[in-house]
Design a protein around this ligand. Structure first.
Ligand code: NDP
Length: 462
């Protein structure tokens, strides 16, 4: 983005989204050329000479699940940023169903396409035919590398919400994607990794805290509470296969310069959320953002991730594990090979369908301690999101919503130019300010509270 465009964009992001749409649509309908428009919005305090920001670029969204639906809606709501949108996935009918909902709620047409994202040539051909400048990957972590390859082949920027995981090993780490650094730099393309909520917003919270609240960060505790109730006996909030692989893996946390392994779900404690969201038992587990955060914030002495689980969820999970239903190796069943966890996914409720019945709130945030001006300091930065409000806005529950909104906002930062630099980036490496401002106005408002050291040590944030 040219510097003139960027300054215009800074003006635009500082005003509410609806006003921005009026400003941009007004400029367009005035029939002026794309550059050099004069904006004067009386009574708003905004008067600016500006060059129209050249960011209405075609985007390709891959994945038509719970998260894909939210990203499609939220991108469609920002026509001044997202040009023609193509929604593609393995099952075309799911893309068409989402496109119909987007048309109904937002009045905007999306193109749809069928694609096998494991096939690099097929995906590259789709990128070329849509003219996409950015591919938003909200398929599954298994597709990350093939989609990055397709972006390199077709000359397109890339963004995802989860790091690569091989199908046959329950292991996720960034090394596979970090290995693309030189290829993306040489191609002059940008890849932003992990732009969901966690990873995603939690990384940006940490980067923002380092920029504005601390001189040095020492400890980080990411606490992810889902206080929602979907009324089902057992269901996962996002893709069941990915979710169960994640929560059954051994726990790892970072302490004194190294990752320390412990048994899954073996460390837990009570946590009371602010704003009367409630009290929950939170369990320490490994989560992918710990790997990139300890690399990029080397002053971190301890980094942990905690997630709430209900006794009911844990009881079902234990039984499923004990009977072998969470296995990811193929077994023979009536002459066919099946993977038990994939079979279980087929039986469980579709997370994309849970919005209708889910009530309650999520509360996800970071307790951070460190030094400011030589003094110990602690803060808690968090967002609270209401399942029913998400459903009313885009027809999805809050887990899909809290992932889909940051994916849209990360994409917006790339298209607007603020985050667009050649290479492969974890989100905490990029400037947090515009993203943090956008969270406040695009559905995920956050708060930052100062804690005493004792409160931080005990996670007393309520
Ligand atoms: P879903 O299972 O609901 O959706 C995944 C979509 O990807 C489906 O439409 C599926 O197609 C499609 N897909 C799978 N394989 C292929 C393929 N080979 N080619 C084309 N399309 C394919 O998952 P969610 O929407 O719940 O999650 C999406 C992503 O978001 C996941 O990577 C998940 O890990 C991530 N996530 C990140 C979070 C964060 O905070 N960072 C939180 C929650 C999720 P089909 O319908 O045919 O199966």
């Amino acid at each position: 983005m040219k510097s003139a465009d960027r300054s215009v964009w800074n003006v635009l992001v500082a005003v509410p989204a609806t006003m921005r749409q009026i400003l941009v649509r007004g400029a367009l309908s005035g029939g002026r050329p794309a550059n050099g428009c004069q904006i004067s919005c009386h009574g708003s305090g905004i008067e600016a000479d500006w060059a129209f920001p050249t960011i209405m670029k075609p985007v390709l969204l891959i994945g038509a699940g719970g998260v894909g639906s939210v990203v499609a809606h939220k991108c469609a709501m920002l026509p001044e940023v997202f040009g023609p949108i193509t929604l593609a996935s393995r099952t075309l009918s799911k893309c068409d169903a989402i496109a119909a909902q987007v048309k109904q709620r937002c009045g905007r047409e999306l193109a749809t396409a069928q694609v096998d994202a494991d096939d690099v040539r097929q995906t590259a051909a789709l990128i070329r035919s849509t003219g996409a400048k950015l591919l938003i990957n909200v398929a599954l972590p298994y597709q990350d590398l093939t989609l990055m390859d397709a972006c390199l082949e077709a000359g397109c920027d890339y963004l995802d919400t989860a790091n690569y995981e091989p199908k046959d090993v329950a292991k996720f780490e960034y090394s596979w994607q970090w290995d693309y650094q030189d290829r993306f730099v040489q191609a002059g393309l940008c890849a932003v990794l992990g732009s969901g909520f966690d990873p995603g917003v939690t990384n940006v919270f940490t980067a923002w805290a380092l920029k504005h609240q601390f001189d040095e960060i020492h400890t980080l505790d990411i606490i992810d509470v889902n206080g929602g109730n979907h009324g089902k006996a057992f269901a996962t909030n996002f893709n069941p296969e990915i979710n169960i692989r994640e929560v059954t893996a051994p726990c790892r946390h970072f302490e004194d310069g190294a990752f320390v392994e412990s048994a899954a779900m073996s460390c837990h404690q009570a946590f009371t959320c602010p704003e009367e969201v409630g009290s929950y038992e939170i369990y320490r587990m490994y989560h992918e953002e710990l790997e990139s955060l300890v690399k990029h914030i080397p002053t971190l002495r301890r980094a942990q991730f905690w997630m709430s689980f209900s006794p009911n969820y844990l009881k079902h999970l234990e039984v499923l594990q004990n009977v072998g239903m969470t296995r990811i190796d193929p077994v023979m069943f009536q002459g066919h090979e099946i993977v038990p966890l994939q079979f279980l996914k087929a039986l469980l409720p579709d997370p994309g369908e849970l919005g209708q019945s889910t009530k309650g709130k999520t509360c996800i945030g970071n307790v951070i301690t460190g030094l400011k001006d030589g003094q110990p300091k602690a803060v808690y930065i968090y967002n609270i999101c209401d399942h029913e409000a998400c459903f009313a806005e885009v027809g999805s529950q809050a887990i899909s919503y809290t992932t889909g909104v940051p994916a849209m906002l990360g994409a917006k930062q790339i298209l607007a130019g603020g985050w667009r630099q050649p290479g492969v980036w974890n989100i905490e490496q990029l400037d947090p300010d515009a993203f943090m401002a956008d969270l406040q106005v695009h559905g995920l408002p956050w708060q930052c509270r100062e804690l005493t050291p004792a409160q931080a040590a005990n996670f007393q944030v309520a």
